[in-house]
Design a protein around this ligand. Structure first.
Ligand SMILES: Nc1ncnc2c1ncn2[C@@H]1O[C@H](COP(=O)(O)OP(=O)(O)OP(=O)(O)O)[C@@H](O)[C@H]1O
Ligand SMILES: [Mg+2]
Length: 257
């Protein structure tokens, strides 16, 4: 058994009287595109927030490559190789796509005003390297032709691609995507799936929350099902889709075909 890249043990989190996570256990194997599904309110986004350090769990552990990262700040977690995108795309609307990507380059030691004054040549070289990286990220996501457009002018699907691009700028080993194709038309959704498959083929691990079952069926293995803050089951898409407990958990919930 290959050691998991991400391991969650007994993760719990309340919001007032609402129990969002109730002892969640899960593991993600390296080199997979793993899905995390479940009905509305199951706790998927809360799990992502705890994993990425945006909020603290009340109890439980998050382990990245066997290392306990529970309670770390988001920037430290990013530096350790774990990056997430948000359910709502967060790019800065008035900046161009290129500028949005440049904001998320990996942090370098010695960055800042002092370095700019003392080591201008090194700063210029770093800026140039960052621009090249942003252009390469845009090229692989088919965003080259809109690089100089304002983010506000992008289609919904292109905004989703830019959001993935921002995450890629940080050079993650583990990428968490929250609803990467929500509101995206089927052809762009298929394009996003093929981009994610290429990232996996290059060695990246991806964990995806999504409600679109066609997208999950075509891309993700395994599929982890959450309900009421816990892991209900895990398997191939066909296995979990045939599981009566999964069907029951979704009754009354929102499931997009
Ligand atoms: N900041 C918050 N304050 C209060 N309650 C919250 C907060 N965030 C989440 N919750 C509640 O926690 C529960 C889990 O929410 P969460 O957003 O994690 O679900 P989800 O599985 O991502 O759902 P969806 O599929 O609709 O995105 C829900 O009952 C939700 O209302
Ligand atoms: Mg959510």
């Amino acid at each position: 058994m290959i050691a998991p890249i991400l391991e969650i043990r007994g993760l719990s989190r309340r919001f007032g009287g609402v129990v969002a996570l109730d002892g969640l256990d899960l593991a993600v194997r390296p080199g997979t595109v793993t899905a995390l599904i479940g009905p509305n309110g199951a706790g998927k986004s809360t799990a992502f927030q705890c994993i990425s350090g945006v909020i603290r769990p009340d109890s439980g552990q998050v382990r990245l490559d066997g290392r306990d990262i529970t309670g770390w700040r988001p920037d430290r977690i990013t530096g350790a190789g774990l990056v997430r995108s948000f359910q709502i795309a967060r790019g800065i609307p008035r900046l161009t796509v290129l500028e949005n990507l440049l904001l998320y380059g990996p942090a370098q030691p010695g960055e800042g005003v002092a370095a700019a004054i003392l080591r201008p040549a090194a700063m210029r070289a770093r800026e140039e390297a960052l621009r090249e990286r942003a252009k390469a990220v845009a090229a692989r996501l088919n965003l080259t032709r809109v690089l100089d457009n304002q983010a506000a002018a992008l289609s919904g699907g292109q905004k989703k691609l830019m959001e993935i691009g921002r995450a890629l700028m940080a050079e993650p080993r583990l990428l968490l995507l929250d609803e990467p194709v929500a509101g995206v038309n089927p052809s762009l959704s298929a394009e996003i799936a093929s981009h994610i498959a290429s990232l996996r083929d290059e060695g990246m691990t991806v964990l995806i929350v999504e409600h679109h079952m066609d997208f999950i069926a075509s891309l993700c293995d395994p599929v982890i099902v959450m309900a009421e803050g816990r892991r209900l089951t895990e398997g191939s898409f066909a296995e979990v889709a045939a599981d009566p407990r999964v069907q029951e958990a979704y009754m009354g919930g929102r499931v997009h075909a």
